[in-house]
Design a binder for this molecule. Structure first.
Ligand code: MOS
Length: 711
């Protein structure tokens, strides 16, 4: 019997539930007596509500209540700390006044006996506006410095940083490039739409919600309603994808709770896919400038990286857009400046590899342009600028396997057979392009708690309020628990997704394995030691039976001072082959090879799957995804999966190779993992754009690279 499970390709313990429909997602719960809600949304981008006529809606069949700013209870909207929402500024206050700040803002809520009645009545609500000129076109906004840089990775450096003399070094450089890069807005499109069921029992509230952080939903709704978080239970066992849209607690959660309170019945509120384009965030439209100066032999002398992004008028959203430019490549003179463009839009949010996916697109596109200008191989250019330490933080890297990633991925890809001249590689009428880019994402490790309960029947329950939006938390935690306890894996059950369980950090920023995994390990160690000590035998199964009653142990883990001593990041390299149709401008990705140094890999099967997901997401970012915003109204005309293109199976290349280079990092966290969820998305889009240049000689600096841009 083996109990070495960490590092094994264990299949998903929840796989059967998911494929047989036994897994229950938020909207699939049914609470006795539940009513249904439908949201009425603004049809202007900016202005005031002049009147709301809800008489017809109120009289419609099955309608229980119509809530508007005229009759909705006033909410406390207290501040609360330590959460992702709000960042800086204020979150949207729903149904509190007549102000409209963006298209699709919730302005009324209809509660009815069933869903059809609620939707029908919502259509009967008549609204007039005093419309004001709005700003929904980023090119018309003067970007401003944020008050303070705060991202999903905590408080960041100031919005403007400088080391050395970047202007002087750029002016004096033997070779320089200076370009602008634009990334269109991209929307979250998880398979499972956002949904909440709210049920009050006196002053206690239960929420079934699609979320990446049950604890934060409780904290946020407690702050909004001015009640103790202990009064709120949040249940979220399954999450049908999210990768950012579920990090925050969006206004529909407040509306469900508000509706349930007014109706005196539980309320179920589901968002349609169209509604999600106006209410659960998106990767913001980004405009960046990168200027690089270098010597003829390819040593970087200057990096200037500036960028700004759309945000709402009521909140400052910011992400780690310029992070990588400060340490990924060695350079003595570096300037970064991050600004925001407040607009009549709803607040953007984090979307897979927030900051890095966008910032590294600009940086790694520029590096490719520099390589071309210098006539140096792009891999060689990066090798010549490998830093010895993090030159921004002036700290050693806890581990950094970039050289090994370049070598392993280039070899697997066959990079040495590349002919550098654009358009020089062909396959019939297809122009073949080979491109590459570097990737990095911070190692995030946050305080987490877990409990292990050993039962007399020889099984164990291990629990934490974590989430599993797809990476495989259920499975990987079961592996860590079984190995630590020394029990067969089928005798260990992991439980997550409930605020009644020990507190977990946000299921984002690639930190779940590091944080919850370390807590699970610590709790299981403690439980095992206790069981063995109390029973006086040295075999756990025997100890559990002999003791005759449950043995429970909990553990909290948190980072020490390692962040003061080390710069901790995962690194990677992505190599891509594209084929571009000479006549039609269509780009097909044929192969992707990614190599990652990400510390310990707990489950290579799921981690590979995670990386493939990131590669496919990168194809979407590079070639397809674009939330079109009608500048006249702030409307998103392609707010649906028919017109908002995402990669389907036919777009996924037959070859997606994932290499994990061996890395033992004792500094990052007790488990030695760095996380891969986010880094899997970094570097893919620039590698594709660089490959498109190699195929066609056309440098596309505005994503997505659609056929029209190549003709
Ligand atoms: Mo990730 S964008 O923090 O879900």
């Amino acid at each position: 019997m083996t109990t070495a499970f960490i590092g094994q390709p264990v299949s998903r313990v929840d796989g059967r539930q998911k494929v047989t429909g036994a897994a229950t997602y938020a909207a699939e719960f049914n609470v006795p007596g539940q009513a249904h809600g439908a949201i009425v949304r603004s049809t202007v981008a900016n202005g005031r509500i002049a009147s709301i006529d809800s008489v017809a809606a109120e009289q419609a069949s099955g309608v229980i209540a119509v809530l508007t700013h005229d009759n909705a209870p006033r909410l406390a909207y207290r501040a609360h700390k330590g959460a992702v929402d709000p960042g800086i500024g204020e979150r949207l206050h729903v149904l509190q006044d007549d102000r409209v700040s963006h298209q699709g803002q919730p302005i009324a809520l209809v509660i009815a006996d069933n869903l059809e009645q609620a939707i029908h009545a919502a259509m009967l609500v008549r609204v007039t506006y005093v419309s004001e000129p709005g700003t929904t076109d980023i090119s018309l906004v003067e970007p401003v410095l944020p008050t303070q840089e705060k991202t999903d990775q905590g408080e960041g450096p100031p919005p403007e940083t400088r080391r050395g003399d970047p202007d002087g070094a750029l002016a004096a450089a033997e070779m320089s490039i200076d370009q602008n890069y634009v990334i269109a807005r991209e929307n979250h499109n998880p398979l499972e739409m956002h949904a909440t069921i709210a049920a009050w029992d006196g002053d206690r509230l239960t929420l079934w919600d699609k979320t990446q952080w049950v604890n934060n939903v409780a904290d946020e709704i407690a702050a909004v309603f001015g009640i103790p978080a202990e009064n709120i239970r949040v249940v979220s066992p399954f999450v049908g994808g999210a990768f950012g849209s579920g990090l925050r607690t969006w206004p529909h959660v407040t509306l469900a709770a508000l509706g349930a309170r007014v109706a005196g019945r539980p309320v179920k509120l589901m968002l349609s896919r169209r509604e999600m384009y106006y209410s659960v965030g998106y990767r913001p439209h980004t405009v960046q400038r990168v200027a690089l100066g270098a010597s003829r032999d390819g040593r970087l002398a200057a990096i200037m990286h500036e960028g700004y992004q759309e945000t709402s008028t009521y909140e400052e959203f910011s992400e780690a857009l310029l992070n990588a430019s400060r340490f990924l490549h060695s350079c003595p003179n570096v300037y970064t400046r991050h600004r925001i463009a407040p607009m009549n839009v709803h607040t953007p949010t984090y979307m897979r590899a927030p900051g890095e996916a966008s910032g590294v697109f600009a940086l790694e596109s520029a590096m490719d342009e520099l390589a071309v200008a210098l006539n140096i191989d792009p891999v060689e250019l990066r090798l010549r600028n490998e830093p010895e330490q993090d030159e921004f933080k002036k700290l050693p890297f806890s581990s950094r396997s970039t050289r090994e990633c370049y070598r392993a991925a280039a070899e697997r890809f066959g990079w040495s057979r590349r002919t550098p001249e654009p358009g020089s590689m062909r396959d019939g009428r297809w122009l073949i392009g080979w491109g590459m880019a570097s990737a990095t994402y911070p190692m995030n490790y946050a305080p987490a708690s877990a409990t292990a309960r050993l039962l007399p029947d020889g099984t164990a329950e291990v629990m934490s309020a974590a989430s599993d939006m797809g990476p495989g938390t259920w499975t990987s935690m079961t592996q860590v628990a079984a190995e630590t306890l020394g029990l067969p894996i089928e005798r260990v059950k992991f439980i997550l997704g409930d605020t009644r369980l020990p507190r977990a950090p946000v299921h984002g920023g690639s930190m779940t394995m590091a944080s919850v995994g370390s807590a699970v390990q610590a709790a299981c160690r403690r439980a095992r030691e206790e069981a063995l000590a109390r029973s006086g035998v040295n075999e756990l199964g025997e100890a559990m039976r002999r003791f005759g009653q449950p043995i429970e142990a909990s553990a909290d883990v948190k980072p020490g001072d390692e962040a003061q001593r080390f710069s901790m990041h995962a690194f990677g390299a992505v190599f891509v082959e594209v084929a571009v149709d000479r006549d039609l401008g269509e780009t097909r990705v044929r192969r992707i090879v990614g190599a990652y140094g990400a510390g310990r890999i707990v489950n290579p099967k799921m981690t590979r799957s995670q990386c493939i997901g990131g590669m496919i997401g990168g194809i979407g970012m590079a070639l397809m995804e674009h939330s079109v915003v009608d500048a006249r109204s702030g409307r998103v005309p392609n707010a649906n999966l028919a017109e908002y293109a995402v990669p389907v199976h036919a777009d996924a290349p037959p070859v997606m190779d994932v290499i994990f280079v061996e890395e033992h990092d004792p500094h990052v966290n007790p488990l030695g993992v760095k996380g891969v969820g986010e880094i899997a998305m970094v570097g893919v889009a620039p590698a594709i754009a660089n490959a498109v240049f190699h195929a066609t000689g056309k440098r596309i600096r505005e994503l997505p690279v659609t056929p029209d841009k190549l003709l």
